[in-house]
Design a protein around this ligand. Structure first.
Ligand SMILES: Nc1ncnc2c1ncn2[C@@H]1O[C@H](COP(=O)(O)OP(=O)(O)OP(=O)(O)O)[C@@H](O)[C@H]1O
Ligand SMILES: [Mg+2]
Length: 521
């Protein structure tokens, strides 16, 4: 078995040498060109940032490199260290030293952590017996490398999303890659996990391992990469050399227009109280004798955008999911909608009371894979769109199209399968569904995660429109600049309690971080 955990196993390559060339790559899906003529080069020991709008073709290009799309499914050439390659499968590309961490986590949930890491290359004793002792010891070292403090014998199913994400990275690293591809690796990571990962990538770079880094968190990309390549509509539209990366220009290249104001803020009238929550306690999902949210209460007015800040694990998602009836509460919580005490014990009750929730994990609870794009978007609005038991098709189509256009959902037609959309475009479908519905209160849990910078601006302006219509909005976001710019009032949660509360005028990243880390008061 190859091992990289000892340093110095990788031959340092003179910088500038091209370790990878993907030349004139063209790919179609059902006759629609998705990669038009793409040439991408990677030098040994560099980190290349690959950015572009949702649906630009980034993941498709990388799936070609990883062998997930075999060499007969596209035109063009791949060369690794000057040698032409024909990958028929992922195994072929692994043999050439390429490891990919996919946007969608692909682990075996019922196997242990250690088995997942070493799947296909389990350490063996003589006569082919698996060397379990060595397996767990090696796995522990791999976990330490990515900063994961876990028992390598536990099942992957019991891990949080961020732990699974880090585990995928550990799994790639033990295979001793020459080229590491990371497709949105930090979308589920906390800030400190992100820092660990970025540090790790820098360390790998120093040892000659090259990486391709895809992310919509542009600040992170600017901080880590040596060079940048921008894709738009299946083409490469710009390359930036080290030291010459201009963030504003990159954004313009990505979306094809200048973004004057990243955070448009409307002036909505604050109306009557639309939601009041009292005494809300939520048992901890993993340790039910503890509470993840304890005795929380707050109120929300029409036209108000309330920001819920806090570190991951502070109970923000649990708070909104509990109000929505999606997870159980403890004790006697009271929820008032427009002043009326409302019993919400399941999501349907919440929907009927006029609440909407865009969940953080949209893949699990956001869309219905068997339905087309249009039906997914209109799903929550069917009541409004129906008369005498029939859906008014013309209005349904018009409404769906309006929101699909507004959010710039990239698709061929509204009858596309949601499963054929790029990751970010799937997220936009779920957002469109709730933005289109008539709601009194809308909870948005990380609404811009995985969404390109152009569409983020559209989402902020849709939030403004809703507020102006009198909708009360509760927004969770781990990106503080975004949260501070979009919201009117803030609650900071830590350890299940509200630690601080203030208006837009008093908000700053420092104040939020202080409260979130328990330093305030
Ligand atoms: N299996 C498929 N069948 C049909 N079309 C597909 C399929 N996979 C991707 N596409 C289309 O190819 C285009 C590029 O998708 P891709 O996933 O590469 O985008 P991306 O740049 O990774 O976007 P994101 O930032 O949203 O992840 C999209 O228009 C998408 O709808
Ligand atoms: Mg993608």
């Amino acid at each position: 078995m190859r091992r990289i955990l000892e340093t110095g196993m990788v031959r340092p390559v003179a910088s500038g040498e091209k370790i990878l060339v993907m030349q004139n790559i063209k790919k179609e899906f059902f006759g629609v060109p998705v990669l038009k003529d793409v040439t991408l080069k990677l030098a040994a020991g560099e980190i290349l940032g690959l950015v572009g709008e949702n649906g630009a073709g980034k993941s498709t290009l990388m799936k070609i490199l990883s062998g997930a799309y075999g060499c007969d499914s596209y035109e063009g050439e791949i060369m690794v260290n000057g040698v032409a390659q024909r990958f028929h499968s992922k195994t072929d590309s692994e043999h050439a030293g390429i490891e990919m961490i996919y946007q969608e986590i692909s682990l075996h949930l019922d196997l242990t952590v250690a088995e997942n890491i070493y799947l296909g290359c389990l350490p063996q004793k003589r006569r082919g017996w698996v060397d379990w002792k060595r397996l767990y010891a090696e796995a522990d070292r791999a976990l330490a490398l990515v900063g994961l403090n876990l028992n390598s014998r536990s099942r992957v199913r019991s891990l949080s999303t961020s732990q699974q994400q880090l585990l995928s990275i550990a799994k790639a690293l033990v295979r001793n890659p020459k080229i590491l591809v990371l497709d949105e690796p930090t979308s589920a990571l906390t800030e400190s996990e992100t820092r660990t990962l970025l540090g790790l990538l820098r360390g790998l770079r120093d040892r000659g391992i090259a990486s391709i880094y895809i992310s919509h968190k542009l600040d992170e990309v600017f901080a880590i990469v040596d060079r940048m390549t921008v894709m738009r509509d299946g083409n490469i539209v710009a390359n930036y050399e080290q030291g010459k990366i201009d963030p504003e220009k990159v954004v313009e290249d990505m979306v094809g227009r200048k973004i004057e104001n990243m955070y448009p803020k409307g002036q909505a009238q604050k109306g009557a109280e639309v939601l009041r929550v009292r005494n809300l306690t939520v048992p901890h999902p993993l340790a039910p004798q503890k509470n993840i949210v304890e005795n929380v209460g707050f109120s929300l007015h029409q036209g108000e955008v309330l920001g819920l800040a806090g570190l991951v694990g502070a109970g923000r998602s649990e708070l909104v999911n509990a109000i929505f009836g999606a997870i159980p509460t403890r004790g006697r919580a009271e929820i008032y909608v427009e002043g009326k005490l409302t019993k919400i014990s399941r999501p349907l009750d919440a929907i009927q009371a006029g609440l909407g929730l865009v969940t953080e994990d949209r893949r699990k609870s956001g869309f219905v894979g068997t339905l087309k794009v249009d039906k997914n978007i209109s799903l929550a609005s069917l009541k409004r769109l129906s008369a005498h038991g029939f859906v008014k098709r013309r209005q349904e189509r018009a409404d769906v199209k309006k929101y699909a256009d507004k959010l710039r959902i990239k698709l061929r037609g509204l009858e596309d399968s949601v499963l054929a959309l790029s990751g970010g475009n799937q997220q936009k479908v779920v957002l469109a569904k709730w933005l289109m519905r008539d709601v009194k209160v809308l909870f948005l849990d990380e609404p811009t995660r995985g969404i390109d910078v152009g569409a983020k601006v559209e989402i902020y302006s849709l939030i403004n429109d809703l507020a102006q219509k009198g909708v009360g909005i509760v927004m969770i976001s781990s990106e503080l600049p975004e949260l501070i710019s979009v919201c009117d009032r803030f609650l900071v949660l830590a350890k299940g309690h509200i630690q601080d509360e203030f208006d837009r005028g008093q908000a700053s990243q420092e104040r939020i971080m202080k409260a979130a880390t328990g330093l305030a008061r």
